[in-house]
Design a protein around this ligand. Sequence first.
Ligand SMILES: [Zn+2]
Length: 499
Amino acid sequence: MRGGRGIQYSCTRCFVKKFAVLIIIFALCISATAFTACKPKNSEPLTSYNLTAVYDEETRTLTGTADVDFYNAADNEICDLKFNLYGNAFRENSAFPPVSGTYENRAYYDGKNYGAMEISGVEGCAGWNVTGEDENVLCVNLPQPVYPGQRAQVTVSYTLRLAKINHRTGVTENCVNLGNFYPVLCAYSPEGFVECPYYSCGDPFLSETADYTVDLDVPEGYTAAASGLKISESSVDGRLKTRYRLQKARDFAIVLSKNFKTLKREVNGAEVCYYYTSDAAAEASLDAACKSFAYFCDTFGGYAYPTLSVVQTGFCYGGMEYPALTMISEGLSADDNIYTIVHENAHQWWYAMVGSNQLTCAWQDEGLAEYSSLMFFESEPGYGYTRAGLVGEATRSYRAYFSVFNQLNGNADTTMTRNLSSFSSDFEYTNITYNKGLLLFDYLRNALGDKKFKDCLKQYCGQFTGKIATEEDMVALFCESFKDAEGIFSAFTEGKILI
Ligand SMILES: [Zn+2]
């Protein structure tokens, strides 16, 4: 995600630049009060989802079913399935509120209010319960174990009540944001299913790729921007019913609005569509989306999906990425809007296609999305950014963080590979993950030279699209081209390098 160059991460840079002083003051306040918040193989079959979702605008409720055809790609039998219920983080008194104090006013535009995700039933199971650290996980007991290479089918029925909030899941002033709108199967690791508490710092999501068919039913008058390709559409009794399909994706998201205007263009065989509510420079925004899309295709490798929806909506941070769909916050300046569009586009390669563990190693996709944005702007000097300028800005911001945290705490934790729960503020998260991440990749590029560096990124994309690449996978790949790469990675990630 992106805080907006200064807004939070999911992409944060914009706001950091403009509100650096305010952020530093805020960080001082937080620290002073000791605030401590915060593989599937390519050729293998995938899990598939058949989702239905019916939206009632009066009650701001989505009623849905998720038919999940689970494929066991692990090496052991599995007796229970676990699903992340991200929508439940929006309920009153959740242990992990979805937004930090810094962004609360920006998020709750109509005062504090709440939503929830409630499970009404599960078919095809021996039992189920809602569990997890924060009632954020649905555990489904299967009638019999699923062995490696076998499948199991369950149907989950649920309701998602939406808060009025500028966030991934909620009703905004102009739109309905349906990120994480269904129970999402947890990624499976050797230790079992990975449960994802909804940390307000970062993007607390981890999932494997799956195939999706989605039947959406909304009142007529709404336009839907969605992750997938539209297969069919019909109007029945005042309702608009649309079917979408998306393959090999690790999530599916939708944004609804009655106020969308659209611009679209075909780029490298995909349809890039810009949905916006208010943008005086909409053509320029679409242009940036298309140019960066083409640049990333050429530099990293072909795009994996038939469409990309770039969607302007109410969002408390700068932007947020989903496979084949990005949310871009309304109200950004023209420059921030373009920067955020480019950063979120880069996430189609580093998150949507090549997955990584965003809970424990956020720099892996955020640092690379930031550096990919730098590479694009370097190739398009008309946007007014330079490599030296962006590296300088990241360095200054990181040093400010280091200085502030040293003064307040006697030391600053400069390690990068750490759980989202270890970040004490959005300010710390942004500097460690985005700014130090960008500096790490610039250092690597200087060491490898431009050609080898780009070749490595292309290989990383080719080798890990559709999978979850570990930090070790990334380091090993760079080490094949440059034996000292491991030392560079560890100097940064273990906090041993002086910046
Ligand atoms: Zn991001």
